[in-house]
Design a protein around this ligand. Structure first.
Ligand code: F0G
Length: 433
């Protein structure tokens, strides 16, 4: 066996072939550790470059291309892959200018099979569910994790149960859960309550939990970083900017970066910037105290994906920030929606939470933390179609407390040539400079 579980707090180790999400000894979160000593000799840049463009499963996946860094023990026949990853890295010049940096890349994780970065973790987690022989899987979710789990579970022939917060889930995500055949439980608890409930009920009913407490999810999510760096021909950017909610992604980024560095695949670490929504910013508040104080909060934001007040991976995220000399900031819902409108209008598109990456970059540049000559990679975590209500609400100016700075009005015309010409020769007809 190449891998084992280790408690991040007390170091207690456990085998990977048992159902476990926390340390028995101290309750700490678990990491999957791989036997780098045995694996290291084959792990070169060239080794991974040779798999690029592979047509063969599992290496055609942008997760399993890095199998030795994710889950080397997994037998190919057990791998549940759609396949995911291989997402684009855009370099939109005018968005870089708007943010105030010379080079800005946007890694679009909304281009995954179910439209969010969650598929990268889910292929790892559902593969582990299959290896463990689990028949039923479950998660609490703000909508993307559940869409992803519903799809991967159906694909693997497992029963899926998802816990959703009443009325707080974006339409596209709700539709996905239902469409992929999951048992969808809407409760009147918020995400944080639902996560506690799902852990308890899963223990009672022998269901495998696929929230990011599950360390195999985080292993898959590391591949975002691997892929970005490989796409940049192994050149390390100065900054990686990512939205923060339950903090699984930030945690996985820290672990993945540290591993690449320790293996000698990169020669320095980029700095991580985690951006939260103002109304759901417990990590930011803790950061302001030098992480001496953490307090959960009641979360409220239009970016429902990250409406989380008690992030389960808080400690792992702090570790990632320490390793990478990282920073944390917040942006308002107004800043999120305006940045989203710009990303959308650039033809790229994303859901509200994802726009934290661009809005946060601009804020950190204005604060002098990111410098204009530095190279930034922003992660777009979800697809533009996930939350159509937010997009239409913004452009029709019906969102509470938001004044759209980049409104694209829906125009009305009679079905006559005269009226169409009148509209197109009016303000709609102005060709942009
Ligand atoms: N962006 C999107 C689109 C998300 O769906 C999430 C999390 C995040 C960012 C934050 O990532 O939790 O790793 O810090 N969504 C989860 C869900 C919580 O249930 O879909 P994180």
């Amino acid at each position: 066996m190449y891998s084992r579980l280790q408690c991040m707090d007390c170091g207690q180790e456990y085998p990977v072939n048992e159902v476990r999400y926390a340390c028995d000894a101290c309750g700490g979160l678990l990491d999957v550790l791989h036997d780098w000593k045995s694996l290291r000799p084959q792990l070169t840049r060239r080794f991974f470059d040779e798999r690029l463009g592979s047509l063969d499963a599992p290496y055609n996946s942008g997760v399993w291309r890095y199998k030795e860094l994710i889950y080397p023990d997994a037998a190919d026949r057990d791998i549940v892959s759609r396949p995911e990853g291989n997402t684009n890295l855009y370099c939109p010049r005018h968005l870089a200018e708007w943010a105030g940096v010379k080079t800005l890349y946007l890694k679009h994780e909304g281009e995954n099979p179910t439209g969010s970065f969650k598929d990268r973790g889910m292929t790892g987690g559902v593969t582990q569910a299959r290896i463990l022989g689990m028949q039923r899987v479950a998660c609490a979710s703000t909508g993307n994790t559940s869409a992803s789990l519903a799809s991967y579970a159906a694909f693997a022939g497992m029963q899926c149960i998802i816990f959703l917060q009443n009325r707080q889930i974006a339409l596209g995500k709700l539709a996905q859960g239902i469409a992929y055949g999951a048992i969808c439980l809407q409760t009147d608890g918020d995400f944080d309550t639902n996560l506690a409930l799902v852990r308890e009920v899963s223990e009672r009913l022998n269901i495998y939990v696929l929230n990011s407490v599950n360390p195999f999810r985080l292993e898959g999510q590391k591949s975002i970083i691997f892929e970005v760096i490989q796409q940049l021909k192994w050149q390390v950017p100065d900054w990686i900017v990512v939205p923060g909610g339950n903090l699984g992604n930030s945690s996985a980024f820290g672990k993945g970066l540290k591993e690449l560095y320790d293996l000698g695949l990169i020669d320095r670490l980029p700095r991580l910037a985690v951006i939260q929504a103002e109304g759901a910013s417990p990590l930011y508040r803790a950061y302001r105290t030098g992480f001496s104080d953490f307090a959960a909060m009641k979360a409220e934001t239009l970016a429902t994906a990250i409406k989380i007040g008690n992030p389960v991976s808080y400690k792992r995220a702090v570790r990632a920030l320490t390793w990478t000399n990282g920073v944390v900031d917040y942006v308002t819902d107004q800043q999120i929606m305006d940045a989203k409108a710009l990303i959308d209008a650039a033809g790229i598109g994303c859901e509200p939470a994802s726009a934290c990456s661009l809005a946060g970059t601009r804020k950190l540049v204005e604060a002098g933390i990111i410098r204009p000559h530095e190279t930034v990679v922003g992660i777009l975590t979800g697809h533009v179609l996930k939350d159509p209500d937010a997009t239409i609400g913004y452009h029709s100016n019906t969102l509470e407390d938001i004044t759209p700075a980049h409104q694209n009005l829906l125009r009305q015309s009679a079905a006559t040539m005269d009226d169409i010409v009148r509209v197109l020769e009016g303000d709609a007809g102005r060709v942009p400079a």
